[in-house]
Design a protein around this ligand. Structure first.
Ligand SMILES: [Zn+2]
Length: 351
């Protein structure tokens, strides 16, 4: 992607819908937190912090994000992370974002939840005022920890929902550990309270895990869905149900879940051509050393997307959000510049 195209993409108003607060910490921020908290977990230098983020498989990633999460020790640490994340989003031209806040990690740590909530909410309001980026929370559970913490997380979501900042719930983690069926009662309860639902699936496991999620959780959105392409009927089912997929290529590459076995191309363009609803995200930009613009650049260079097709992903991401219809429509109508025709293809290389 050349400079003109990147500048154009930056100027496009965007939504980023798959973003973990705990995974947004850069190595520099991690090092500052490590110094503040006595350099735990062997994080005795900036290089050690960088090394934590050098992994080649999903267990390595889980270790990194678990460690980074524990460096966010105090409510004030979370508040700083929110401010930094909003600045990142603003620099990427993002106007709206849904951010995972892992209450599951806090429950696992056994700390009182309320002070953390108050800190991130105050930080969210300040960040919205400073940057103009609208942020909403998805309260996140860790799949490996089982369904009981998710029930508590739904309680918190219901309690905090009236302010409008909590928009839904989700689960992430290792799909091989627990079946989606376990989480079905908590998802049903969340839905009954008007909360939106998403789930990480088809990331570390194949179509069976995605069918499992559809059957038991009926999510409106799925984090990744990377391996849906292995089952044609599954892709049709996702399209028929209108389930949106969060596309995060750098995450998939760095956690080692892509390339999957076989010589299949990255499936995002195929999904788009089959009528699936997609949005693009950086997932854990601090850990993966990526940005939302980098994700679009990767799809342009390696995913078969033309500039026009990227613009379609950008505008379509608002429709994938959990905002009320009127808000989605208003954001989708923000002025958007046309793509620069710098390659002589009129942006129509792949349609
Ligand atoms: Zn994720």
């Amino acid at each position: 992607m050349d400079t003109a195209e990147r500048d154009w993409l930056r100027a496009l108003p965007k939504a980023e819908l798959h973003l973990h607060l705990e995974g947004s910490l850069s190595p520099d921020t991690l090092w500052a937190l490590a110094r503040r908290h006595g350099q735990p977990f062997g994080l005795t230098s900036l290089d050690a912090c960088r090394a934590l983020y050098c992994f080649h498989d999903f267990p390595g990633f889980i270790h990194a994000i678990k460690t980074a999460s524990q460096l966010l020790r105090d409510p004030a640490d979370y508040a700083e992370a929110v401010a930094a994340l909003a600045a990142y989003l603003h620099a990427q031209g993002v106007v709206y974002s849904e951010v995972f806040f892992s209450v599951g990690i806090l429950l696992w740590r056994g700390v009182a939840i309320e002070p953390y909530w108050e800190a991130i909410e105050a930080a969210r309001l300040a960040a919205e005022h400073a940057t103009g980026v609208r942020l909403r929370w998805l309260l996140d559970a860790v799949r490996q920890f089982g369904s009981e913490p998710l029930q508590q997380i739904v309680d918190w979501a219901v309690r905090w929902q009236p302010g409008g900042a909590v928009i839904g719930i989700g689960i992430g983690g290792d799909e091989s550990q627990r079946s989606a069926a376990e989480f079905a009662p908590a998802y049903a309860r969340a839905r009954a309270h008007g909360l939106h639902t998403t789930v990480h699936a088809g990331e570390t496991a194949g179509p069976a895990s995605l069918w499992d999620a559809l059957r038991h959780l009926a999510p409106e959105r799925i984090g990744h869905g990377l391996r849906a392409f292995e089952d044609e009927k599954l892709v049709d089912e996702l399209a028929a149900r209108g389930v949106a997929l969060d596309v995060c290529p750098t995450s998939n590459l760095k956690t080692g879940v892509w390339p999957a076995a076989g010589a299949a191309p990255y499936p995002a363009l195929g999904y788009r051509n089959r009528g699936l609803r997609l949005s693009v995200s950086s997932d854990d930009p601090g850990i993966f050393a990526t940005t939302l613009l980098d994700e679009f650049a990767w799809l342009r260079a390696h995913g078969g997307f033309s500039a026009t097709a990227l613009a379609g992903l950008v505008s379509g991401s608002f429709a994938c959000s959990f905002l009320p219809e009127a808000d989605r429509t208003a954001l989708a109508l923000l002025p958007t510049p046309a793509p620069p025709d710098t390659r002589g293809d009129g942006g129509m290389a792949v349609e």
